[in-house]
Design a binder for this molecule. Structure first.
Ligand SMILES: Nc1ncnc2c1ncn2[C@@H]1O[C@H](COP(=O)(O)OP(=O)(O)OP(=O)(O)O)[C@@H](O)[C@H]1O
Length: 579
């Protein structure tokens, strides 16, 4: 009983989400329905050709028969060609729409899910898996015309000779076995192929991106070895697919051979007893051949659909996950102090990263967060923007609980610059205005670039602000990319600017100047993480984190007097602090 329920649940898990995928976007019915109708017309024409072939074989070489044969054959070719065009067009439209659905779902995933999945898995959902969904749909529609064709061919065959058709009933169990077995095998093979492709894509995207480090560490040999293992895993999965393909071809060939034998044995008996003309076997085979052809056409969609279920499992899982609701919740009121009250948080539900953090980030002030590596500084910044939710405790902005406010309102108040903020392929100008709520004018763009120390190097480039930055900004130096990222954050005109070691990759001479210009009141509130105590001393308020807890907080002068941890950081950088 329990086993049957599990089986039922497994089936629901495969078919339920698989079919639900097709309810998430408008299916281009017109193309598919037209393709089905043309498929039916093609069947009628093919059967007409079969009739005419039998008449020609009988020696009825009249003009009407020959001309009819030629005309129907040409018409058949045209109809099939047009049917293929329509169904291919429908498939392309479906791919376009599925990709859109998957891309939206990926961008809607909470940050935690995006990090858990990893980029390459998600990339392959949009690039590969969406195509599979479209081809499965095409096959489902085509199977309607294949089924029609099979029924019509069976009718013709039975009408031609019912007794001999009855003989073929014996081979039906074998046909059912071929259908069932090849579907199962295809499902297994496709899932293996999909998993191996994902492993291979993940490996190469990560390691090619790190090629510099691989070379610098002299790890080429080991990486080649591991890459070859990933390639071999895919090779084995492909081989399995080929093997299963051969099993399928073998079984189908066995089935058709069995039919031939049955027709020969049954047919010769009928001829001997005078129930069929001597050319009967040949003529009957014209129709039974059609039946086999349509059976095989019906088998292909079944296999494709089963195979697609294997590779679409991941897409379905992604689509089934709850997405972030940017517009749900209360509108965020005026900006004000941000307060964290006994905030606890862990990424994996086990290891606590924040262990009861309580502190205030005063509005209109400059707050620095300091602490050792892994003490939870960046995690605090991510929690403020609603990338993750605290496991317990509250974060309020001007008294409003962040858990209850609209995410897009909340994120609209912040600009966030990381130590190495990635740029997007495009021009410098496009990168600068990326995310700005209202299109900034040229003067604002230049002012932000100047504040970030970027203007001087930009105007020295041959195309100035219209220079292409390359993929992920690869044509610029790390420091140049970072200055553009800082200018971009300013152009968002945030209420709160979050700088996660944002000036760490700038040269010493300009880092101080850039930070000064960011702290000069351009943005009402600045929260910055820094390991440089010179920079920390410019803050109005400092929070010292240690092992996910607030060790001390206050003005730099207060901390210099009261916090041994703060004095220790300063002493390690040989910085004199007032006592
Ligand atoms: N996406 C993540 N998934 C799982 N654990 C994470 C993730 N991001 C951070 N952590 C863990 O959370 C802890 C705090 O990380 P966090 O980045 O907040 O530290 P930090 O104080 O900013 O450190 P650093 O000064 O090195 O940048 C670390 O132990 C880290 O391993």
């Amino acid at each position: 009983m329990k086993q049957a329920q599990t089986k039922q649940a497994r089936k629901e898990k495969l078919w339920g989400p698989f079919l639900r995928l097709y309810t998430r976007f408008p299916i281009p019915w017109v193309y598919y329905l037209a393709a089905i109708l043309l498929g039916m017309l093609a069947t009628e024409l093919a059967l007409k050709v079969a009739d005419l072939t039998i008449r020609v074989n009988k020696g009825e070489l009249y003009n009407a028969v020959i001309i009819g044969y030629v005309l129907v054959s040409i018409l058949y070719a045209l109809v099939v060609g047009f049917q293929n065009v329509l169904s291919a067009y429908g498939t392309q439209k479906t791919t376009l729409r599925v990709r859109g659905v998957v891309w939206r779902a990926i961008l809607g995933l909470p940050m935690m899910e995006v990090e858990a999945e990893g980029p390459s898995n998600l990339i392959s959902c949009v690039t590969n898996d969406a195509t599979q969904a479209a081809s499965a749909l095409q096959m489902l529609f085509l199977s309607v015309s294949s089924l029609y064709a099979l029924v019509r061919a069976c009718m013709k065959m039975i009408a031609f000779n019912g007794q001999l058709s009855l003989v073929l009933v014996v081979s039906i169990p074998l046909a059912a076995l071929v259908f069932f077995l090849t579907g199962r095998l295809q499902f297994i093979a496709s899932r293996r192929q999909y998993e191996a492709l994902n492993t291979m894509t993940a490996f190469f995207s990560e390691h090619i991106a790190c090629a510099k480090h691989v070379k610098a560490q002299g790890m080429e040999e080991r990486e080649i070895e591991e890459g070859l293992q990933a390639i071999e895993a895919r090779y084995r999965a492909d081989l399995l697919n080929v093997f299963f393909g051969m099993v399928q071809t073998g079984l189908f060939s066995l089935y058709t051979r069995l039919n031939t034998v049955l027709i020969a044995v049954g047919g010769s008996q009928l001829i001997r007893t005078g129930h069929m003309a001597s050319t009967g076997i040949n003529d009957f085979t014209t129709y039974s051949g059609k039946v086999e052809q349509y059976e095989s056409e019906l088998l292909t969609p079944y296999q494709t659909v089963k195979g697609t279920q294997g590779s679409l499992r991941h897409v379905n899982e992604i689509l089934a996950r709850p997405s972030e609701h940017l517009e749900q919740g209360a509108p965020l009121g005026p900006s004000g102090d941000i307060r964290l009250q006994d905030v606890r948080f862990s990424f994996d539900g086990e290891y606590p990263v924040l262990r009861g953090v309580s502190c205030t980030i005063p509005y209109g002030k400059r707050t620095a967060i300091i602490g050792g590596n892994g003490s939870g500084k960046s995690t605090v910044m991510k929690l403020l923007q609603g990338f993750y939710r605290p496991d317990s405790g509250t974060i309020t902005l001007n008294g409003q609980d962040l858990a209850e406010v609209r995410l897009d309102d909340l994120r609209g108040r912040f600009a966030y610059v990381l130590q190495n903020t990635p740029l997007l392929a495009g021009t410098i100008r496009e990168n600068l205005i990326y995310g700005a709520r209202t299109a900034p004018d040229e003067a604002a763009v230049i002012a932000a670039a100047k504040a970030a120390g970027a203007h001087d190097f930009i105007v020295r480039l041959p195309y100035g602000y219209d220079t292409q930055v390359g993929s992920a900004g690869a044509r610029l130096s790390g420091g140049q990319r970072q200055r553009i990222a800082i200018a971009r954050a300013l152009l968002v005109q945030p209420e709160y600017l979050l700088l996660d070691e944002a000036t760490a990759s700038l040269d010493h001479r300009t880092a101080g100047a850039v930070l000064d210009s960011l702290l000069d009141g351009r943005v009402p509130t600045v929260l910055y993480i820094s390991h440089n105590m010179e920079e920390v001393r410019r803050a109005d308020h400092v929070i010292v984190l240690r092992d996910g807890q607030v060790e001390a907080s206050g003005t730099p002068d207060e901390l210099a007097r009261l916090s041994p941890a703060y004095r220790d950081y300063a002493a390690k950088q040989r910085l004199e602090v007032p006592v």
